[in-house]
Design a protein around this ligand. Structure first.
Ligand code: 6GU
Length: 230
């Protein structure tokens, strides 16, 4: 997969692409990340990429020209899936991560300022938000998208690190995990996990998942119950 990111702050991505699983996926050619600083594409003398809103109002608006020029400079942009990250978009979900992990070429625009010139949207397929809160810019949101998509590309995460039991894959949050030591400051690992009885262990895991989901995510719990016809 190839991902081009249109951003005014390419340096924000440096740690992200040089550490851990992202770095490994890039090294193994499973994903290629190309950062495009669209300020370099502005026709403005002073390298401006934003301007005052027509009709007045607070804040600045991202101009269409630099974004358009940067976009059409990307080889194969016509066939790429073009996404704007913005709080106005549809919410990113695990399901969406799986869908996007099958796309060959994705272009992501990170916005800033008060908003985008509406005509920018004509060049993109849709808008994605990472949740109901506002960030200072789209870069972190783009990294969230890229991370969520990359980790479900086959071969990025090995079988023993598998993501098939992840929270959300079955509409439930994950059960608790424990590793050594068996006792820490008097806190013990649940006995059931130590006895090697797989049926009992799986029952315990499901019960814990249900308990946690019901408590902190009643919305997901309801969805799970409905999905299981209960
Ligand atoms: Cl994609 N961008 C910004 N600026 N804020 C957000 C967001 C995106 N998603 C949630 N909040």
């Amino acid at each position: 997969m190839r991902i081009d990111v249109l951003t005014l702050f390419p340096n924000m991505f440096q740690g992200f692409i040089t550490e851990s699983i992202m770095a490994r996926a890039i090294k193994n050619n499973l994903v290629e990340i190309n950062l495009v600083d669209f300020r370099e594409f502005t026709d403005s003398k002073h390298k401006k990429v934003d301007d005052y809103p027509f009709g007045g109002g607070a804040g600045m608006v991202l101009s269409v020209q630099p974004v358009h020029s940067a976009l059409i400079s990307i080889k194969g942009y016509q066939d790429a899936l073009k996404i704007i990250v913005s709080p106005q978009g549809e919410t990113f979900t695990q399901k969406k991560a799986y869908e996007l992990s099958n796309v060959k070429h994705i272009i992501i625009l990170c916005g800033h300022y008060e908003g985008y010139d509406e005509r920018i949207r004509d060049y993109f397929d849709y808008e994605v938000s990472i949740g109901d809160y506002v960030l200072t810019g789209g870069e972190l949101a783009a990294m969230v998208l890229i991370d969520g998509i990359t980790r479900v590309i086959p071969e990025v995460i090995s079988k023993d690190e598998s993501h098939i039991n992840d929270s959300f894959n079955n509409d439930l949050l994950e059960h608790p995990h424990y590793t050594r030591p068996r006792v820490f400051e008097g806190k013990e690992v649940p006995e059931v996990l130590l006895n090697g009885h797989h049926k009992l262990i799986n029952e315990w895991k499901l019960a814990k998942s249900l308990e946690k989901t019901k408590k902190v995510r009643p919305d997901l719990y309801k969805k799970y119950r409905e999905g299981n016809n209960e």
